[in-house]
Design a protein around this ligand. Structure first.
Ligand SMILES: Nc1ncnc2c1ncn2[C@@H]1O[C@H](COP(=O)(O)OP(=O)(O)OP(=O)(O)O)[C@@H](O)[C@H]1O
Length: 603
């Protein structure tokens, strides 16, 4: 923390430290000046009493005011330091090579805890300043006490049990927080569900508001019980340790009173000890509170260190090869199996495949068959649990993931609704060209999404999203078009993944769109050898693909061109025939006439 604060702003820190040390000296000075004032008063020495009185006033003002002046530059440093840590947290959670840490529950819990606690890091930094002032005050107080009687030094020593107990207490609180993390995270999820516009439709439709509230209350109470138990046991520990200090306080006061009665010390000394003892008590309480604060900050920093190590451990070793300029042969999967981290059942098993350079490959299969997982492996969000994926014979595990992803583009079914201007919501697909209007328009054109602009009042400058007062909300299909446009921003990808990006369209429209995408992809592929992967569970929309893969239960059960697969009469042929018949029936059902047509009919 010290290093981080120092790096953040040396000038501010130096100023704050100077003022803090002065403030730290001021408190014992108050007690010393009070003794002088009382002694001068007893000796009826007017001018000494006046000097001591002025000293009391100056030191009290110093003690009360300097700390506040020190606080201003220090608080700024704390803000800046917190900001830099938050930036690091964002970078760490998003900057890893894979996705695993987002998807494992225990990791997600710790990251959620970090997100909540990190903003309080500034408090810890400010605590450092208070601690410094406290150390100065305590050192001077100890010297003054020792000068009166070495026994009085036991007073600060009696401060040790509360300090140690404070640390144990904080550990109990941290344990409780970790134990309650799952309930707390669930509460946050339920709270978001019931306060955001998106989920409200379903909640109202299924009459779920009451159920969500009940679950929220149940998990809230569960988390509350655990946290309360932790807090209560921490408070009991601290209270017990404070009793030890209270006893020492009483003994110190009795000791100095006895000395005064015996004539070994004056009235001023009694006042000095009473004032110092009261201050020591305050110092101890402040110390305990500070240590708890440091405990919290240290738990946060431990969490951050854990995350740094986790991300570092995920950083692939020996992955320094550059992706090829163009794919000449293709992508080969040999004996690939994959099990999601933290789960037992493999999602893909023994996949052997050859995706030829420049081909359009369609992946079809039932829900949950493993299509998206295959696409994610090719994007290298995960490494295969067994087997290898090779690009032109070079193991994908050896290619630097970020370099590979710069040559990959994708539109996934769970695409992001970037509430930016239309220009940027599309343009971020190729960040260096985010403001390049012709590039953005061309990408929308390639995505066959340029009709979207007709609906946007300010064209590319239209602010998207309903969280903006002036924002334009889009329909689900329109958002999907924005995501498709984004995926088309990179003009020469080696891998283009379209994972059901047209699910909002009907089957015929999807088929037409896929055909156009495929034609465009083949043009690009002539130069780059790039491979296009279309994922769909509609068998009838992908017949134009060069290679169709049927995925069932995590295996590639059939692979080939449309005609081959139809001839072989397997699952593809059956499901293709079934879906084609359904669409044919749907097409033959007379549709209701448009309203505009009715008057002429009546005529
Ligand atoms: N992050 C994950 N962690 C654990 N299991 C997962 C994860 N993502 C998917 N799965 C599981 O892997 C299996 C395959 O999922 P996948 O998303 O690849 O299917 P899909 O064929 O794309 O399905 P759909 O057509 O419904 O999109 C499913 O059983 C799913 O439950």
């Amino acid at each position: 923390m010290v290093a981080l604060a120092w790096r953040t702003s040396r000038g501010r820190i130096a100023l704050a430290l100077g003022l803090t040390v002065l403030a730290g000296v001021s408190w014992p000075l108050v007690a010393l000046a009070l003794r002088g004032a009382v002694d001068a008063f007893v000796a009826r020495d007017g001018s000494a009493a006046l000097t001591a009185g002025v000293l009391v006033a100056v030191s009290v003002i110093g003690a009360l005011v300097l700390q506040h002046f020190a606080y201003v530059p220090y608080a700024e440093v704390a803000e800046l330091a917190t900001l830099s840590l938050e930036a690091e947290l964002v970078e760490l959670t998003n900057g890893s090579a894979g996705l695993a840490h987002h998807e494992r529950a225990e990791h997600a819990d710790r990251i959620a805890l970090l997100r909540r606690e990190l903003p309080q890091f500034g408090e810890g930094v400010i605590g450092l300043m208070t601690a410094l002032s406290l150390v100065v005050t305590m050192a001077i107080t100890s010297v003054l006490l020792a000068a009166l009687s070495p026994w009085l030094l036991l007073l600060p020593v009696a401060a040790v049990p509360p300090v140690v107990a404070g640390q144990f207490a904080q550990r109990r609180v941290d344990r409780a927080k970790r134990a309650a993390a799952e309930d707390t995270r669930l509460c946050e999820h339920l709270f978001r569900l019931s306060t955001q516009a998106g989920p409200v439709k379903e909640l109202q439709l299924h009459n779920l508001q009451g159920e969500i509230r009940r679950r929220h209350v149940r998990h809230w109470a569960g988390a509350g019980r655990v946290l309360l138990k932790g807090e209560a046991s921490a408070a009991a520990l601290i209270a017990a340790s404070q009793v030890a200090f209270a006893a020492a306080y009483v003994v110190a006061v009795l000791l100095v009173l006895r000395q005064a009665v015996a004539g070994d010390s004056g009235v001023g000394d009694v006042v000095l000890v009473l004032t110092l003892a009261a201050q020591v008590h305050q110092q101890v309480s402040a110390g305990v509170e500070l240590l708890q604060r440091f405990g919290r900050t240290s738990a946060t920093m431990t969490g951050l260190r854990w995350l740094r190590e986790l991300i570092r451990a995920q950083e692939p070793v020996g992955a320094d090869a550059a992706p090829p300029e163009r794919i000449r042969r293709g992508i080969t999967l040999s004996g690939v199996s994959f099990t999601y981290p933290g789960t037992r059942e493999p999602v893909l098993t023994g996949v052997d495949l050859e995706l030829p350079a420049g081909s359009v490959v369609a992946v079809v299969g039932e829900n949950g068959a493993g299509k998206t997982t295959l696409a994610k492996l090719l994007c290298r969000f995960y490494d295969a649990t067994e087997g290898t994926i090779a690009v032109d014979g070079v193991d994908l595990a050896r290619i630097a993931p970020r370099a590979w992803r710069r040559r990959v583009t994708a539109a996934f079914q769970d695409f992001v609704r970037f509430e930016l201007t239309a220009r940027h919501a599309v343009g971020v697909g190729d960040l260096p060209r985010v403001d390049d209007d012709p590039a953005v328009l061309a990408a929308l054109g390639r995505a066959r999404a340029d009709d979207l602009l007709d609906r946007l009042d300010d064209g590319l400058a239209t602010q998207l999203g309903k969280t903006w007062t002036e924002g334009t909300e889009l329909s689900g299909g329109q958002w999907q078009k924005v995501a498709l446009g984004r995926a088309m921003m990179r003009e020469q990808p080696l891998l283009l993944v379209l994972d059901e990006p047209t699910s909002a369209l009907d089957a015929q429209a999807e088929q037409r769109l896929f055909e156009r995408y495929a034609a465009n992809a083949r043009r690009v592929a002539a130069a780059t050898g790039g491979i296009t992967l279309l994922v769909s569970h509609r068998f009838s929309t992908v017949r134009m693909a060069d290679l169709i893969l049927v995925v069932a239960d995590g295996r590639i059960t059939e692979a080939g061109g449309h005609d081959d697969l139809i001839r072989s009469g397997g699952l593809y042929a059956q499901l293709y025939a079934m879906q084609a018949a359904t669409y044919a029936r749907a097409a033959s059902i007379p549709r209701p006439l448009p309203e505009k047509a009715l008057p002429s009919l009546e005529k």
